[in-house]
Ligand binder design. Structure first.
Ligand SMILES: [Zn+2]
Length: 208
């Protein structure tokens, strides 16, 4: 199921996530939800490509994230960085910070240990973009965001701006729900109306 991505400064984004100890159907469903949500946001033309999504971003505080590697969706559970070396300093975006791009210092090469959906332990040695995604997502699991790369003044500025975005999104949702209720009410009354087919189809054309 597609979930709502929380927008900063939602306090849930500052809470550290718990280690996963039970590898059951609920966990599989969480990973499916994360993949579906990442794909949905990735397909939105007005948003930049979406390369990763952590469970706390949809309000679930478990150490799980999904990400794209060579175009394929994959996931990491209970990830731990064992080794890191080198440096990279690139611009990053985040679904919880719509429209905000921040240059962040990260390690270049990392060796990360994680579990898969069945609880099996794996290791991945990677660098560059994928390494950056993994470090960004692990930050989310610790309740840390890439805002830490900025001065307090800039953090406050972005937080103020995103509070307005939060309000706008909430208002859009309210309007959409109202519209949905109205449409269902109209559809119901249309069904009750015998011989209303012709009228119904012309109305459909108008609404398009
Ligand atoms: Zn993020």
């Amino acid at each position: 199921m597609i979930k709502k991505v929380l927008i900063w400064p939602d306090p849930k984004l500052r809470k550290a996530s718990k280690e996963v100890t039970v590898f059951d159907e609920k966990l599989t469903q969480l990973i499916i939800d994360l993949h579906q949500t990442m794909k949905e946001y990735d397909n939105k033309p007005h948003l930049p490509d979406c390369a990763g999504l952590a469970a706390p971003q949809i309000g679930v505080h478990q150490r799980v994230f999904v990400y794209k590697m060579k175009g394929e969706g994959t996931c990491m559970i209970n990830p731990v960085i064992l080794e890191q070396e080198g440096e990279q300093y690139e611009s990053e975006g985040c679904l919880s910070f719509p429209g905000v791009f921040i240059k962040v210092h990260r390690a270049n090469r990392i060796l990360v240990e994680f579990q898969d959906v069945d609880g099996n332990k794996n290791r991945l040695r990677t660098d560059g973009f994928v390494s950056r995604i993994i470090q960004h997502e692990i930050n989310h699991l610790d309740g840390v965001t890439y805002l830490h790369a900025l001065s307090q003044v800039k953090r406050d500025l972005i937080t103020r701006k995103l509070k307005k975005v939060q309000k706008r999104v909430a208002e859009q949702e309210r309007q959409f729900n109202e519209w949905k209720q109205r449409m269902f009410a109209e559809a119901d009354s249309g069904n009750d109306n015998p011989g209303g087919d012709t009228r119904g189809s012309s109305e459909t054309k108008e609404s398009l």
